[in-house]
Design a protein around this ligand. Structure first.
Ligand code: DCP
Ligand code: CA
Length: 405
């Protein structure tokens, strides 16, 4: 019998702001921007929702509904940091964790009860840790499937906990309005209303062929979900199969030293990411897009897998020289990537080799950069890329040419 949790943070962006500034607690608060601006509501506190304010609504309308509400611009890096801490708390409970978006996740706690006690108590411990470490509340649904757990967490909001006993899934769903079913969007809801269907129970009693005729493949899903049947597994994210960085130039260029300097910079970013992920790579791929938008990729396989900036760059620069030799045309974009990734195990054959010394140096540089920022250290070629400035997310951009991820 599966025990699946769906954990969703309440009014996430607003809650992060409230945790930072407790004076905002218990008040109508909207994150999205100034009420006079053209933006929309990203998140509204439950007090603001009482006035009819909801996510996606134009800020001007939200202001009309509740002129006394507090409108905040918000800060995405702050929410991303809170999200990472949230996911890290959940990961302490099980590796069977599937993050969904920024503030929700599924956990599979099947088989945990003999060791960790009732699932309901584990869920309470999760809620408690989120509250004490992040200062925000979460709602949790517990059920035998992702679908029913999600509907349950939604129903429990805010700061709630709801367990649907095994075998009672269909009974639980039956009285709820059809819009509560995750696969029923506004358009499907309208169509179903026109058919006279308003509750999930009514939906469940419709014959499958009728839903198939009206909604095609979605009809099959609706039929199963309405009966509380959902076999989808909790799937932890797969490790990346490749890592790459690329840059589009503001002005197309054929300046070879400059192209090599950018390639060096991109190789360092790829190398740093490889080391951060604890991986090595055997395949290096160069990408070049010419002024006429024609793109080429050229790859080579290394004799030994690596996580070294120097090895990535030296393979990349050989590919670049060959490509430029074959086709002298202005370049619009270059990128470098690595693939064929393996886990970062120490290779005995490398002991005390020049490569090992490079790796040690890379690790020292990573340490300094993690404290002082990526551009705290620039070597030889990348010094020519002078106009580097930090972005909001702690990354760095080259001013001319511009750097894209
Ligand atoms: N978000 C957004 N724009 C939207 C919807 C959401 O920017 N149209 C952002 C802000 C939310 C966050 O994503 O805080 C999470 O979305 P949710 O749908 O989970 O909404 P909340 O967490 O704000 O509220 P709830 O308590 O209903 O989960
Ligand atoms: Ca949420």
């Amino acid at each position: 019998m599966r025990r699946i949790l769906h954990v969703d943070l309440d009014a996430f962006f607003v809650s992060v702001e409230q945790a930072l500034n407790p004076k905002l607690m218990g008040k109508p608060v909207v994150v999205g921007g100034e009420p006079s601006s053209r933006g929309v509501v990203a998140s509204a506190s439950y007090e603001a929702r009482a006035y009819g304010i909801c996510a996606g609504m134009p800020l001007k309308k939200a202001h009309r509904l509740c002129p006394g509400a507090i409108f905040l611009q918000g800060s995405f890096p702050r929410y991303r940091a809170a999200s990472s801490r949230f996911m890290a708390i959940l990961a302490d409970f099980t590796p069977q964790l599937e993050p969904v978006g920024i503030d929700e996740a599924y956990l599979d706690l099947t088989g945990f009860e003999p060791v960790y006690g009732p699932t309901l108590e584990t869920a309470l411990r999760i809620k408690h840790r989120i509250k004490s470490e992040l200062g925000i509340t979460a709602s949790i649904g517990i059920a035998t499937s992702k679908l029913v757990a999600k509907v349950a967490s939604d129903l429990a909001k805010p700061d709630g906990l709801l367990e649907v006993p095994p075998g009672e899934e269909r009974l639980f769903l039956a009285p709820l309005p059809i819009a509560k079913l995750p696969c029923v969007g506004p358009k499907t809801e309208r169509q179903l209303h026109e058919m006279g269907i308003t509750t999930i129970g009514e939906l469940a009693s419709l014959p499958a062929y009728l839903l198939r005729v009206s909604f095609g493949a979605l009809g099959e899903v609706i039929h199963r979900y309405a009966r509380g049947i959902d076999e989808r597994r909790v799937e932890p994210p797969q490790a990346a199969k490749s890592i790459s960085r690329e840059t589009t130039f503001i002005q197309d260029t054929l300046d070879t030293p400059f192209l090599k300097a950018v390639l060096r910079y991109l190789s360092e970013r790829v190398g740093a990411e490889l080391r951060r992920a604890g991986r090595r790579a055997r395949c290096v791929t160069l990408k070049v897009r010419y002024a006429d938008f024609d793109s080429i990729t050229r790859s080579c396989t290394l004799r030994q897998s690596t996580n070294c900036d120097e090895a990535i760059f030296s393979a990349g620069v050989q590919l670049l020289e060959r490509s430029l030799g074959q086709r002298r045309q202005l370049v619009r974009l270059i990128g470098i990537g690595v693939s064929n990734l393996t886990s970062d195990e120490r290779q005995l054959s490398l002991l005390d080799s020049p490569i090992e010394r490079w790796e040690r140096l890379n690790r020292v540089i990573d340490g300094i950069r993690s404290r002082y920022g990526f551009i705290a250290i620039q070597k030889g070629q990348t010094l020519s890329l002078k106009e580097v400035f930090p972005t909001e997310n702690g990354d760095y951009m080259l001013k001319t040419p511009s750097l894209s991820r």
